[in-house]
Design a protein around this ligand. Sequence first.
Ligand SMILES: C[S@@+](CC[C@H](N)C(=O)[O-])C[C@H]1O[C@@H](n2cnc3c(N)ncnc32)[C@H](O)[C@@H]1O
Length: 425
Amino acid sequence: MSTPSARRLVMDILRRTLDNNQDLQAAVDDVLSASPATPQDKGLATELAYGYLRMRGRIDFLLSQLLKNPVQTSPIMKRILGVAIYELLFLSRIPDYATLDWAVTLVRERLDQTMGKVANGVLRSLLRLGLAVRFEDYYQTKTAGHDQFLSAWYSCPKWLVRMWLNSYGKERTQAFLQATLGAPPLGVRINRGHARAEELRNNLQPLKLDSSNWGFAVTQWPEFLQQAVSEGAATRQSLAAQKIMDFLGVDHWPSPVLDACAGRGGKTYLVAERGKSVWASDVNVFRLRQLKAEGARLGFDIPAFRAQGQGPYPLRQMPRTVFLDVPCSGLGVISRRPDIKWKRTAADCAGLVALQGEILRAAADILTSGGCLAYVTCTLNPEENEKQIERFTRDHPSFSCLRQSTSDPAEGLGEFFYGAVLRKS
Ligand SMILES: C[S@@+](CC[C@H](N)C(=O)[O-])C[C@H]1O[C@@H](n2cnc3c(N)ncnc32)[C@H](O)[C@@H]1O
């Protein structure tokens, strides 16, 4: 039997994202848009790519138990077996024999007959383990120590498990790890100035999991929401991201606001929708172009210019608020971007800490007395969060931190942001 289209697509997506370092969603978009596959196959390929990357740590642990020589097994063999194991354990609608069939065929095609037989043996051994491998107990008895157990069961690299345990303690770490395993709820922000805003808010009530004023987390994305987005009445944005902006008191920020890491403008237009005069800058011109297109959709025309966050800023008038949604390690949004946990390293985090420090210093220079500095990351790493702000206020005694917080796992939004707001005396 030939390998079904969805599995070829998923192998291509995984090659791009894991071997070529492309962002997962961009890899999915590129591969699917170039493929004539059916919508069902494209849906399955997306589900397999996200699902496999979420569970890859647990799957690799199982492979380490099932393969005779896991270290010397080729990466492509492990990847094919990994996706097949994901299907066997997590997708009940695909019969086991169909999974074994495509996986063995693909291993034979990419490697050889002998490896095809090995693949067949490994998958059959997994099936013989039965239900046990679906439960925590199996991993608890097969691993040495709590870190290793957490790493296997929650499918997370050991360095990250250790960093979180040292920084956040057992209970919070477990809550963060649990959140990485599922897809986060969809988020929507209503454009409160839009003529249909009130109607949209009423229509969203029955779908809501949680809400904050004009922000919603929803269980589904019906046609009327798609329509609202195309009419500029709504924007896709996680509720966790909107809540951190409320926590930072965005409604009270003095204008003009410079959003100095504006990217595609996700948060820039949240600020604009709150009635603030806002300017956008970013180092990436391509993102700024997308930001301008977003403005056209939402009915805003805000000044946008390229600038390095480390300065200098090409400004004639000074902002009264600088908003920094800084480049960060993204460890708070693993549920949405599961590729991150397999790509990030402790060394990347250290580089980002240094860059964020420089961006903060340049922001401090352009703020005058009474100015407001708002800092956000989507990561769970104290060096980029609390310790970054601690170092900054120590080096800049004219700034005091008014409040700081990290999203609470108990809210169930699956994504975690850190935010701090500071005032210059
Ligand atoms: C977390 S993203 C911002 C997301 C955006 N605020 C939003 O809500 O859609 C960080 C942004 O920082 C930008 N960036 C990275 N390095 C930078 C630098 N040295 N100076 C300014 N911006 C930088 C990236 O291009 C990216 O758009």
